[in-house]
Design a protein around this ligand. Structure first.
Ligand code: GTP
Ligand code: MG
Ligand code: ZN
Length: 360
């Protein structure tokens, strides 16, 4: 049984022959579950008695929420959707890539609305520079052949999730991928003509079956995606910078003003773009400011696919021991609350067989 929808007081699960409402275990909360979770249900009571360990989990901190928001679980491939119009923004795509890398999901950039521009190839070229071996797919989300373009990631047993701004065509793509009829289709909405912004048509996350045995998750358009807890994800994203850093004269070089900086030397030599270095600096600073500082080495080791040689593991966003956080000094009450939530919380998850010493 797989979680198909998580609402304030309601859990929906996909049974393979339709959806049912699932009961919660005692002391359970719907926020302990993510769309994409696998659960065991007691058939007599229809209560979810156990959630299976997650292979991957996508989550983010938001300023308004007390605890990180679960975006989706057990996602193999993250389709980062953007359009061949004003939505296309390299800095924003890098945020999604860091999130995907950290969670251990395989990111693919999906560029929609190719039918709206004379030549979409410059978009592909730019997106392709963002990360090594990054797949970029150009398509018209409304055309039936969009499903064929994404088929390599949508095979039996595979789960894909669609993320991106409002109006880029996530639900349109879902309807094409899941071959929805007009009755079962996800609602789609028009975009503003002047700036291509959408109207936040989709308001909750949902899981749908793809013919042939795959799964696709639709998500609401994100207004902003703050980065936190994604150090390994950033290292993978900015590998060309990460790899140059050991050649800098100072071990803690910030690549801003220090003499003997190998990264700035690469910019001067034309091997690295100054804009890319600027974006790295901004994201790295934001990540450090938003990520709890943890004195426990077991909990600060690299996480996610970036740190596990390509094997997907569930990344733990939680510090293993309560402690002072940089975020706390910034006076972010919600981050303090995250720490207080602390050890033993039902939503505190780690990968099977990779439980940090502090949690065993
Ligand atoms: N021409 C064209 N229009 C598209 C394409 N993809 C989506 N659209 C249109 O763009 C608008 C927004 O599409 P949606 O699928 O609702 O976008 P969304 O990403 O789900 O937006 P939210 O649910 O608000 O996050 C709709 O009018 C779609 O018909 C495409 O590839 N080509
Ligand atoms: Mg939508
Ligand atoms: Zn340097």
């Amino acid at each position: 049984m797989r979680i198909a929808g998580v609402h304030r007081s309601r859990l929906m699960a996909e049974t393979g022959s339709g959806q049912i409402r699932l009961g919660l275990p005692a002391q359970g909360n719907t926020s302990d579950f993510a769309v994409g979770d696998w659960v065991l249900m007691d058939p007599a009571t229809r209560i979810a008695v156990r959630r299976l360990d997650r292979t991957t989990v996508l989550r983010r901190r938001t300023e308004s929420a007390r605890i990180p928001q679960l975006i989706a679980a057990n996602v193999d491939t993250l389709f980062i959707v953007t359009s061949c119009n004003d939505d296309f923004n390299l800095a924003r795509l890098e945020r999604y890539l860091a999130l995907a890398n950290e969670a251990g999901t395989n990111p693919v950039i999906v560029l929609t609305k190719t039918d709206q521009v004379a030549d979409p190839t410059p978009y592909r070229a730019e997106a392709g520079t963002l990360q090594r071996d990054l797949a970029v797919v150009l398509l018209n989300a409304k055309a039936p052949d969009a499903a064929a373009a994404l088929a390599p990631w949508c095979g039996p047993g595979q789960t894909v999730a669609l993320v991106g701004s409002s109006g880029v065509g996530k639900s349109t793509l879902l309807n094409t991928l899941a071959d929805k009829t007009p009755e079962t289709a996800q609602a789609t909405g028009s975009i503003r003509e002047d700036d291509a912004k959408g109207r936040h048509t989709t308001t909750s996350r949902s899981l749908h079956a793809i013919a042939g045995g795959g799964w696709v998750i639709d998500t609401p358009g994100m207004r902003t995606l703050h980065v936190s807890d994604v150090a390994a994800g950033l290292d993978m994203l900015f590998a060309e910078i990460t790899e140059l850093a050991p050649n800098c004269r100072f071990r803690d070089c910030t690549h801003a003003h220090e003499p003997g900086c190998a990264v700035r030397a690469a910019v001067t030599a034309g091997d690295l773009s100054a804009a890319r270095l600027d974006r790295w600096r901004k994201l790295d600073a934001e990540n450090r400011a938003n990520t709890p500082v943890n004195p426990d080495p077991a909990a600060t080791r690299p996480r996610g696919r970036a740190a596990s040689g390509g094997k997907a593991v569930e990344s733990s966003l939680w510090p293993a021991v309560p402690g002072k956080t940089r975020a706390a000094t910034l006076n972010w009450p919600f981050l303090l609350a995250v720490e207080l939530h602390g050890q033993g919380s039902p939503s505190r998850q780690t990968a099977v067989g990779r439980v940090p010493a502090k949690l065993t």
